[in-house]
Ligand binder design. Structure first.
Ligand SMILES: *Cc1c(COP(=O)(O)O)cnc(C)c1O
Length: 456
């Protein structure tokens, strides 16, 4: 059961199917353009959507809003340095600000960054720094159905080869994303992290953690990695941070705050250069784009997130939903992680070709039937067409992500999600496809316009 009870509530909007059908039409079938008040269960993202605790709220009330040298900063710094061990800590307003500041400082244009999988903003910031972002996921990651426990691992052989034969584009950094968000939220083993760190040290290449879900990764290590059963998630997390030379962190995930993040580094020269850029673009180094109250709430969230009772329940609720979804006959990316469930829409809707966007069709159907908002991760997100709409490139899989906000929804909310899916899975052939009627050249999924394809 949840290791907390509810003290403050927020009513959720209850709408009719007709209202939802009208809303879908109004937003040209783009769920990003719905108003939140039209959504009953919002599983669009687990970022900044968590519920804060009474202790976090109390910490926020104690925030020190001095421009420089606030007590909040020192409390934040002490908490994070205890957790991570990094000598230099720079607060930023969110993860991508950390990426922009670190990568534009650390990377020389023309070099390469290797990763188990770059998250999309991470890739964008590597490319904006004039570098190439290469993903080296382990071979097990390609099979969606196998329950291999550490599908987030980097391919060590490919990494070794890439480090040895970099040629014209030297490797400037290795980024390990824990858990591997772009790769289905799968965890990275400590063994894989350690071997990566050894290879990097040998070559003099810094290893940076993208630590947005460090606590969820640590939890899965304690459950599945030999030798770690008797460790606490906190101990595993401390060890993981210390294997790396630094980190970028979006605290909107495992900081359980609505806004916040940080950069952690050991190299004094690099830290100083980042600090200069931080002052110019985020704020003075003792607040870095955040209010004092944000720093205090983040520090408290980072302590709460590694508590075993919290993590056990988060894993359990995800497993509960996963089990009900499987029972409804819908396949998910296995094994089920903690922060999201990835539905295999391509398999559920085989009558829809990639360029009628089965993932998007399922996401729209979840909204129309159940008021549930989710995110397509398929050919709408990754695909390409020519100017006449003819397919050029489709995604390897047609997925829908149900992100699970932290401490927000209860089992009965997730039962509603499972029931809605079961209802769709009864007659999947009635779900129709979509075609694109308007789009922008970059990050098109945010602003795209679609129309239903009438069944033949
Ligand atoms: C969310 C996320 C980011 C970016 O963080 P923001 O706070 O959204 O800017 C970077 N990496 C990973 C793995 C993430 O999940």
């Amino acid at each position: 059961m949840e290791p907390y009870r509810i003290k403050v509530i927020e009513p959720i909007p209850l709408t009719t199917e007709q209202q939802r059908a009208e809303a879908l039409k109004r937003v040209s079938y783009n769920l990003f353009n719905l108003r939140a008040e039209e959504v009953t269960i919002d599983l669009l993202s687990d970022s900044g959507t968590g519920a804060i605790s009474a202790d976090q709220l109390a910490a926020g009330m104690n925030g020190d809003e001095s421009y420089a040298g606030s007590r909040s900063f020192y409390r934040f710094r002490d908490t994070v340095s205890e957790l991570t061990g990094y000598a230099y800590l720079l607060p930023v307003h969110q993860g991508r600000a950390a990426e922009r500041i670190l990568f534009s400082t650390l990377l020389t244009p023309g070099s390469t960054v290797l990763s188990n999988t770059h998250f999309d903003t991470t890739r964008a910031n590597v490319e904006l720094a004039g570098c190439q972002a290469r993903d080296l996921p382990c071979p097990e990651a390609k099979d969606l159905d196998t329950p291999h426990p550490f599908k987030g691992n980097i391919d060590l052989q490919a990494l070794k080869l890439a480090l040895e034969t970099a040629g014209e584009s030297p490797v400037a950094a290795v980024v390990m994303t824990i858990t591997n968000n772009g790769g289905g939220g799968q965890p990275v083993s400590m063994d894989n992290l350690r071997q990566t760190a050894d290879l990097c040290r040998h070559r003099g290449v810094p290893m940076i953690l993208d630590a947005a879900r460090f606590a969820e990764n640590a939890w899965l290590v304690t459950r599945h990695e030999p030798g770690y059963q008797d460790r606490t998630p906190r101990q595993v997390a401390e060890e993981a941070f210390r294997l790396a030379d630094g980190c970028v962190m979006s605290a909107k995930k495992d900081g359980i705050v609505h806004i916040g993040g940080f950069i952690g580094l050991n190299d004094p020269e690099l830290a100083q250069k980042c600090e200069r850029l931080l002052i110019a673009t985020e704020g003075f180094p003792t607040y870095g784009g955040l209010a004092g109250r944000d720093l205090d709430m983040m520090a408290q969230g980072l302590r709460e997130v590694a508590e075993p009772t919290y993590l056990a329940e988060r894993a359990d609720i995800a497993a509960h939903l996963a089990q009900r979804v499987r029972a409804a006959g819908v396949d998910i990316v296995e094994p089920a992680g903690l922060h999201a469930l990835y539905l295999n829409a391509g398999r559920l809707l085989p009558h829809l070709p990639p360029h009628q966007y089965p993932g998007h069709a399922l996401a729209c159907e979840l909204y129309r039937r159940g008021g549930i908002r989710s995110a397509e991760l398929g050919s709408l997100y990754l695909g390409e067409e020519d100017e006449h709409g003819n397919p050029i490139k489709s995604a390897p899989y047609e997925l829908v992500r149900l992100a699970l906000p932290r401490r927000v929804y209860t089992r009965s909310h997730y039962d509603h999600v499972a029931r809605t899916l079961a209802d769709i899975a009864k007659d999947p052939h009635t779900v129709h496809g979509y075609r694109i009627v308007g789009q922008s050249p970059i990050l098109r999924h945010f602003s795209i316009k679609l129309a239903p394809v009438a069944p033949d």
